[in-house]
Design a protein around this ligand. Sequence first.
Ligand code: PEP
Length: 262
Amino acid sequence: MRRPFVAGNWKMNTTAASGCELARAIAEAVPTSRDEVDVLVAPPLPYLDCVDDELAKSAVMLGAQNCYHEKEGAFTGEVSPQMLADLDVDYVILGHSERRHILGETDEDINKKVAAALEAGLGVILCVGETLEDREAGKTNDVLAQQLSGGLKGLTAEQLAGGTGGNDDLVLAYEPVWAIGTGKTATPEMAQEAHAFLRSKLAEGWGDDLAAATRIQYGGSVKPANAADLLAQPDIDGALVGGASLSAENFLPIVEAAFAQV
Ligand code: PEP
């Protein structure tokens, strides 16, 4: 049984004060006794520390939205996985479609980051997903296969599984680009098909055990109204939530929909 995993990606939103208030509301709803579901919030980088303080007495984990692949050095403006680990970050989101399509990150860049983050002991949420153009051209599976093999190139099943059952494993997020921030959601059937395909590719490349153990989140306009149907699909193991993670009122019902699955 894969433990459901709901993550909130705050992107470049909130202030220090509003971010901490949001973290506090989420932390209160997920005390340490509620650990059957993994819950994570990924605030903007400058707020990691203060959000971490708010999460201290809860089961909610801390996420980052990006990192660089080097440990240290003359890389102005970048942040290393070691620095994130130092700030108690559990998982880092890599390969988000906004970083691929707005910031121009390639599979090669993302691959270096995934390897560096895992080596630093962080968990990784690796995002993959097709554009509308890809889908309409019947290329969805090709794009997913390419982003998966490109992002995980050179990494072994042992590295991807994480060492100790702690928060240092690979998690995938299937995020169709056309569904992110648009209000359009993949139907549960469409998402299930993509998730099953990704799992089959994991099995092909890294073996059945890793494929069976790896959580695959769905992301793309997840909201309270559609979360339960998506999470009920056999290969959907959680959600990566953007817009709806910016208010406790919207995020917590999604978290509760995941608890209802266990
Ligand atoms: C995301 O940012 O990963 C995302 C899925 O955004 P939204 O939920 O707003 O579509």
